[in-house]
Write a protein that binds this ligand. Structure first.
Ligand code: FES
Length: 295
């Protein structure tokens, strides 16, 4: 039942970004949180949840006459801060959600519906707070909005912890700790990523300019096999949603992924490529040059 509207909304978001052209890419990366190294949405949702919870306390104090003369105006300000935060949170959430599938897509749609209703109620409440004689209704709509927000927050938690939306899907195993042979150097073609399994750890090898670079083979965004990706201007592109990664540092240069890929050292021994996990996965990868192979 939710799949139809879910697809329509997803296509609407994708089409909007598509029509916006190249300018939309930096905006999407900003909203995903690529610059932050972490999804922006869960950080932003604390603004409306916190502000509206504070407003409910202030409303309670104002309604019982214990908050002093400033309680009503303070509640109005906090409701306004929450409305602004909710609009920003919705932009980040929808931008992330457009890449969700199956159950995550459906749960995300209900989450978005509840949040939108709560935002509508709080906007109504904010308008009422500027009118005489509407204080009671303003508090009632705010209370209803808070109930919906809390229910929706539970769904947001399920999206992350049950459906893995926004969590890091890269394999962060410290293995292999020792150089391990993975394939013959002659099997590599310049500029063509090759996925290999190193004792259960997915790795992608990319040869080019006389070097072999190695990064994690599972996309941090939703776990796509990066061995099926391709290179664009020297960066590794995810085959599912187009994240791009710097092969030198593993850092995402384009979202939706916000987390970097693990990096591996490589060397050539007797015509075979060997890889070893780097201790610090944010530091540049060591690469093997063709000259080394001939030593
Ligand atoms: S799985 Fe979504 S960008 Fe890679």
């Amino acid at each position: 039942m939710l799949d139809g509207p879910g697809y329509q909304l997803e296509h609407g978001i994708s089409l909007t970004y598509l029509l916006a052209g190249r300018r939309a890419r930096p905006l999407q990366d900003l909203l995903h949180g690529v610059w932050l190294g972490h999804p922006l949405h869960p950080a932003l949702v604390t603004v409306p949840v916190g502000a509206w919870t504070a407003a409910s306390v202030l409303d309670g104090l104002a309604a019982t006459g214990r908050g002093g003369p400033g309680a009503g105006s303070a509640a109005r300000v906090t409701v306004g801060v929450g409305v602004a935060g909710a609009v920003a949170s919705a932009a980040t959430g929808l931008t992330d959600w457009q890449h969700a599938h199956d159950g995550a897509r459906r749960v995300g749609l209900v989450h978005a519906g509840l949040n939108s209703t709560a935002l509508g109620l709080y906007s109504w409440s904010l308008l009422d707070r500027g009118r005489r004689g509407r204080a009671g209704r303003a508090r009632l709509t705010a209370a209803a909005g808070l109930a919906l927000t809390l229910a929706s927050s539970w769904l947001g938690g399920a999206l992350s912890y049950r459906h893995g939306l926004g969590t890091d899907h890269a394999d962060r195993s410290p293995e292999p700790r020792r150089f391990t042979p993975v394939l013959q150097a002659s099997d590599l073609v310049d500029g063509q990523p090759v996925g290999v399994d190193v004792d259960g750890v997915p790795v992608v090898l990319v040869a080019g300019d006389g070097e072999v670079r190695a990064v994690g083979g599972r996309c941090p965004h939703q776990g796509a096999p990066l061995g099926e990706g391709w290179l664009h201007r020297g960066e590794l592109v995810c085959p599912w949603h187009g994240s791009r990664f710097d092969l030198g540092t593993g850092e995402p240069t384009q979202g939706p992924s916000t987390a970097p890929l693990p990096c591996f050292e490589t060397r050539l021994r007797e015509g075979r490529v060997e890889v070893r996990r780097r201790g610090n996965w944010r530091s540049p990868t060591a690469t093997t040059t063709v000259e080394e192979a001939s030593r």
